[in-house]
Design a protein around this ligand. Structure first.
Ligand code: ANZ
Ligand code: ZN
Length: 803
């Protein structure tokens, strides 16, 4: 037989698959939707790290095909966004052109993986036929009041004259020119994701997702329970309402802090404090929220005013500090330095009294050096609450506060509405027309898509508007409602817009009349398995869930969660765990590896490097191991198929054990141990064949089917050599015969001093140690004195000699 020539067989089978696709919808098979997070088509191409996720999803897809599913396994391009736009600014190349080039380049590279993508489903977020529906969704949201305009302070670089995303602000300065970033009130489009906060939180229970990701979403949504409590300002009619999750600590509230933006901040300043207060308010307006929360050293200013603790009448000073955020809760807090870290730091720095109200075992701490933040303890210094268990009080306090008329029981979310407009060119135009008479009017649906016009320059204008604002013939239009002169919205959508719903479009990607037909949606959606990086644990996955729930509410789809199961693959890194990147010069290209070892070897090695959910360091040399395995298996099949080997009991047993092991590991996504399993079983079969001269055909065919999802080319070739006429993927995933898997058992007499006391059933190939151990178990009570000798006659007698 010939030796394993990967380039010849890989070429041969790709041509075959192109002619006769292996994944066919016959209308009878159940569907299985296996989705990759679609890539951004960057100019730098794929490295071995990118391969990993695509290999995982392809292996899983082929496994589902073999399990009898019609598998939906599409691919597309998330192609709006900054990199293409920045390239356009630098090189003057239209983003559509550079994007198209990148797409065709990456598509060619992705095809090297030999995944079973259905390219007929392909989508591209920058294609007007696609973004027609991105705009359509926006219009539906607008009609339901979920898309609205708001003045909003955004990060603003006074030198570049442009708005910046949080990620573009580094240490409070503009990433590009290092000018300190300020805030600027800009008109923004917002999406009311907060209207779905409770559903987004509660429905996490329905999902088969990693706990870590659910936890991150839960924290992001950030629901908390507590109370709003009114503190009357001394000498005035006003009260300050605070939001607290810890009304149980009310006796320990020794001061209050307001966000510098709080409505009362300036007016609370007494004349002697006015100047300092105003300076402080100005300084904090220059900081971003992120910086405010990260600031280690607390800053603040005393207003000169006092309020009254409603429970005990104590006089508490009112301060301003930027560790209190204006847009969370009420923008004002009661401070309990004894039990909150931030309040503790603040109180220490500004010499405010600290009163402990919760104590472990009821014992007060003499000199507090840090806040006591334990959730449990006994109440002290708290009037009628003294002696209560604090965790019990914490639950009851909000209702008690409400009953006494001191405030009201309430809940809060960290989740904010989504800032949905960008002052950029390369995005979907927001389909709204501003009419002086009718207000905001959506572009009529039969006029969608509203296509992105050509511009002269892609540079942001510096006025806080996108380059679209410079195109007069585009901006000036007529109102669809009254026909009068009106202006188009010139902001575009964020990159998230297309990725929030693209997975719905794949299954009906050519439909010009609907986003997706209800028939196809019912048949092929939702996604059964979603595979991608953990960096999307929050935003993309949350936005997609929000969109899906909305589309469910308006009847486009009949489910309200898009991704039943989620798998996050770990990253492939360079040496010492450093992320692979062009700038670090540690990128490993798949090209030479494919040329030298073949696609099948690289696919297997991508999984062999470690558990698929963990990061793994790349070392080219390891690919030798999988390549050697494929060669040895090839030779085993070649040798065996020359003869007609009868299956022996050992072959059948090993075959079934292999099915059991591989399937179990596969199902648990332990893909690296599936590969090592192949290697172990291959070794065992080679050992066995030394005695028998080969392995029987059925066992080898079984092995080939199990291997095929991982190494599809060699799988097809060996299947063919073993007499298969159709594709190996049209065979079925093998079932394990539990009975046949069992080892042969023998009955062994267990003796004490030569007299048989019991009989034990053990596997025929049991080791001496295991046999003696099992034997002694049976006769423990019959042993007298001390054991002096243990004798094992293989397969027949265990004799324990005592004195
Ligand atoms: C008194 C107290 C005592 C608090 C204690 C905590 C511990 P979450 O769980 O995040 O909702 N807080 C309220 N509004 C705030 C704002 N706008 N900016 C910064 N902090 C704010 O936390 C709610 C707690 O965070 C509230 O409960 C309040 O401090 C603070 F031992 O009130 B607490
Ligand atoms: Zn009008």
């Amino acid at each position: 037989a010939t030796s394993y020539n990967h380039s010849a067989i890989e070429k041969k089978w790709r041509e075959n698959w192109a002619e006769a696709p292996i994944n066919i919808n016959d209308g009878k098979k159940p569907k299985y939707y296996c989705l990759d997070m679609f890539p951004y088509p960057s100019g730098s191409g794929l490295h071995v790290g990118h391969w990993r996720g695509y290999v995982i999803s392809d292996v899983w897809s082929r496994y589902q095909i073999l399990k009898g599913h019609y598998v939906i396994h599409p691919m597309g391009w998330d192609a709006f966004g900054l990199p293409a736009e920045n390239y356009a600014i630098k090189m003057g190349v239209h983003p559509a052109k550079s994007t198209a080039e990148n797409v065709s380049n990456i598509k060619r590279q992705i095809n090297e993986i030999a995944a079973v993508y259905d390219w007929d489903m392909e989508v591209n977020t920058t294609d007007p036929k696609f973004y027609k529906w991105t705009q359509w969704i926006f219009v539906q949201m607008f009609k339901k009041g979920l898309a609205y305009e708001k003045e909003f302070p955004i990060n603003w670089c006074p030198s570049c004259k442009t708005g910046l995303a949080n990620e573009e602000v580094v240490n409070g300065c503009c990433e590009r020119c290092a000018t300190p970033v300020t805030k600027k009130n800009l008109r923004q489009w917002m999406l009311k994701i907060t209207a779905y906060a409770d559903r987004l939180l509660d429905d996490l229970d329905k999902l088969d997702w990693p706990d870590k990701v659910k936890k991150m979403q839960t924290d992001w949504i950030g629901k908390s329970y507590g109370a709003e409590i009114d503190f009357k300002v001394e000498g005035r009619d006003e009260a300050i309402t605070v939001y607290t999750t810890r009304p149980d600590t009310l006796f320990g509230a020794t001061f209050m802090v307001l966000a510098p933006e709080h409505g009362l901040a300036t007016s609370l300043a007494t004349p002697e404090n006015k100047e300092a207060v105003e300076a402080y308010i100005y300084d904090s307006s220059m900081k971003s929220n992120v910086d405010r929360l990260q600031d280690k050293e607390k800053t603040g200013v005393f207003t000169g005013s006092y309020a009254t603790n409603p429970l005990n009448g104590a006089k508490v000073p009112i301060w301003l500090s930027d560790y209190v955020l204006a847009d969370y809760g009420t923008g004002a807090i009661m401070c309990v330095p004894a039990h909150d870290d931030r309040d503790f730091d603040f109180a220490k720095k500004y010499n405010v009294p600290i009163i402990q109200v919760i104590a472990k075992d009821g014992k007060e701490i003499e000199n507090m050096t840090e806040a006591y933040t334990d959730a449990s303890g006994i109440m002290i210094n708290s009037g009628e609450w003294n002696g209560m268990e604090s965790s019990v009080l914490k639950k009851e306090a909000p209702a008690m506060i409400e009953e006494r008329g001191l405030g009201k029981k309430t809940e809060n979310f960290k989740l904010r509405d989504w800032v949905f407009s960008r002052q950029r060119y390369w995005g979907e135009p927001i389909p709204i027309i501003h009419c002086p008479h009718c207000g905001n009017v959506p572009v009529p649906e039969d006029q969608l898509p509203l296509t992105l016009p050509e511009v002269e320059t892609y540079q942001p204008t510096g006025t806080g508007e996108s380059p679209l604002a410079d195109i007069e013939e585009w901006v000036n239009t007529t109102c669809p409602q009254c026909g009068g002169a009106a202006k188009r919205e010139t902001n575009t959508m964020p990159q998230w817009a297309g990725s929030s719903w693209y997975f719905l479009r794949y299954v009906d990607s050519h439909n010009d009349n609907e986003l997706v037909s209800r028939e196809k949606a019912d048949k092929f959606l939702p996604v059964d398995m979603y595979i991608g990086g953990v960096e999307h644990a929050v935003l993309h996955l949350l936005y997609s869930r929000f969109y899906t729930k909305f589309l469910n509410d308006i009847g486009v789809v009949d489910f309200d969660e898009p991704f039943v199961k989620l798998f996050n693959q770990g990253m492939i890194t360079g040496k010492n765990g450093i992320k692979m990147s062009k700038s670090k010069g540690n990128v490993v290209s798949p090209d030479e590896l494919v040329r030298d070892y073949g696609c099948d070897s690289l696919r297997m090695y991508e999984l062999f490097v470690g558990p698929p959910d963990l990061d793994a360091e790349w070392d080219d040399r390891g690919i030798e191991g999988v390549s050697r395995f494929l060669n040895r298996f090839w030779n085993l099949v070649a040798e065996s198929s020359k003869k007609d080997i009868e299956p022996t009991r050992d072959m059948i047993r090993l075959r079934n054990k292999m099915i059991f092991d591989i399937d179990q590991r596969f199902n648990q996504f332990n893909l690296n141990t599936v590969i090592s399993g192949f290697m172990e079983y291959n070794n065992k079969f080679i050992e066995l064949s030394k005695k028998t001269g080969g392995i029987d055909k059925e066992t080898l065919k079984t092995f080939v089917v199990l291997l095929a999802p991982f190494a599809p080319h060699i799988g097809e070739e060996l299947w063919n050599q073993l007499g298969g006429t159709d594709s190996v993927f049209h065979d079925q995933w093998p079932m394990c015969d539990q009975e046949a898997m069992k080892d042969d058992e023998v009955e062994i007499a267990v003796q004490v001093n030569g007299k048989t006391k019991a009989v034990v059933k053990l596997p025929a190939d049991v080791s001496k140690e295991d046999a003696i151990l099992a034997g002694k178990e049976m006769i423990l009570d019959k042993i007298t004195g001390t054991i002096v000798k243990e004798i094992y006659v293989p397969g027949r007698i265990i004799n324990v000699v005592c004195k």
